[in-house]
Design a binder for this molecule. Structure first.
Ligand code: AN0
Ligand code: CP
Length: 325
């Protein structure tokens, strides 16, 4: 693994899951692996879980952490190649990525979708530029279209709670007053396709995710039908992909409530958080004993720690050296 940008960077998802379950069981066995190594974290957007779980995981490995909030602390960074920089941006990612690489050993970046220009978002300009110009491994802390650390934590959560070899997992759209990215849902879909689960996605018409993610997956526009027999219900809002970035519906009949959960196979309720109560999910569901959202968020330490461990092991440095030679 050279970077952790998408599921495609992972050679063997089952193997990584196995390592993650070990980390969950024994988080401190590698407490000196990261001695004298530094994790850099760059945030273009807000975060609670990603920021704190990354720090916690680094501490579990004996690493130091440096965080930079672009926007409030850092220079505005340019991501377009060949840009004439006479507007708002003061520094190009080309220099920023190369410079930061001299200070840190692994670099995490969060930069959400702008939700205005679909092509620019789906080209992943910011993260791809960092990958191109950094000389240390890049970890995706949620990019325009993907949130793989969340998906690995989700996979750990499902592995922990599944009662059959191939559980039915339903990813359901839910209403939200703001336009949100498709990153969490895209990523969840691509990771579940590599896991041993029966995946069904349910969303209103007009909210189908990008075909490259939904290819081969059952998409059901009748939410209640999709919920039948589900072992896991994963709720998330996303804005439209077809009418890019738009809110086409805030229909409260899509809110996850106890009536809908009643047709499932006593399903566990999942959400990546932050969640808007009584808009996305009714209190009666998120407060029920079937809700695993807090443990799921706790597994964010497990997912980033598993990834950091991979990069701290000698193999990565040999790969990078050979490439430079
Ligand atoms: C973000 C999103 O939907 O991508 C982050 C989720 C982890 N959510 C919000 O902005 C509310
Ligand atoms: N789930 C998640 O990534 O949360 P934060 O946005 O708080 O980091």
């Amino acid at each position: 693994m050279e970077n952790f940008f998408s599921v495609s960077d992972v050679e063997d998802v089952q193997e990584l899951l196995k390592k993650a379950m070990e980390v969950k069981k024994n988080p401190l066995v590698n407490k000196t692996l990261g001695k004298h190594k530094t994790l850099g974290l760059i945030f273009y957007n807000s975060s609670l879980r990603t920021r704190i779980s990354s720090q916690k995981a680094a501490f579990n490995l004996g690493m130091d952490v440096i965080t930079l909030n672009i926007g409030s602390d850092g220079w505005q960074l340019e991501s377009k190649d060949g840009a004439i920089m006479d507007q708002g941006t003061a520094e190009h990612i080309k220099e920023a990525a190369a410079v930061i690489s001299t200070y840190v050993d692994v670099l995490g970046i969060r930069c959400f979708a702008g939700l205005e220009d679909r092509e620019a978002d789906y080209n992943e300009e910011v993260l791809q530029n960092f990958i191109k110009h950094a000389t240390v491994p890049i970890v995706n802390l949620e990019s325009s279209t993907l949130h793989p650390l969340q998906s690995l934590a989700d996979l750990v959560t499902i592995e922990t709670h599944k009662k059959k070899d191939r559980p039915k997992v339903v990813l359901t759209w839910a209403p939200h007053p703001r336009a949100l990215p498709q990153a969490v849902s895209n990523s969840f879909t691509e990771w579940m396709k590599k896991a041993d689960v029966e995946l069904v996605i349910t969303n209103p018409e007009g909210y189908d995710l990008a075909p490259k993610f939904t290819e081969g997956v059952t998409v059901e526009h009748d939410q209640k039908k999709a919920f039948e027999g589900a072992d896991f219900v994963y709720a998330k809002n996303w804005s439209s992909y077809d009418s890019y970035g738009q809110i086409l519906s805030t229909d409260p009949s899509w809110t996850i409530d106890a009536d809908k959960m009643a047709v499932t196979n006593n399903a566990k309720f999942m959400h990546c958080l932050p969640v808007r109560r009584n808009v996305v999910v009714a209190d009666e569901v998120i407060d029920s004993e079937n809700s695993v959202v807090i443990e799921q968020a706790g597994n964010r330490v497990v997912s980033i720690q598993t990834v950091l461990q991979e990069f701290l092991k000698i193999r990565w440095r040999i790969l990078r050296t050979l490439k430079i030679l």
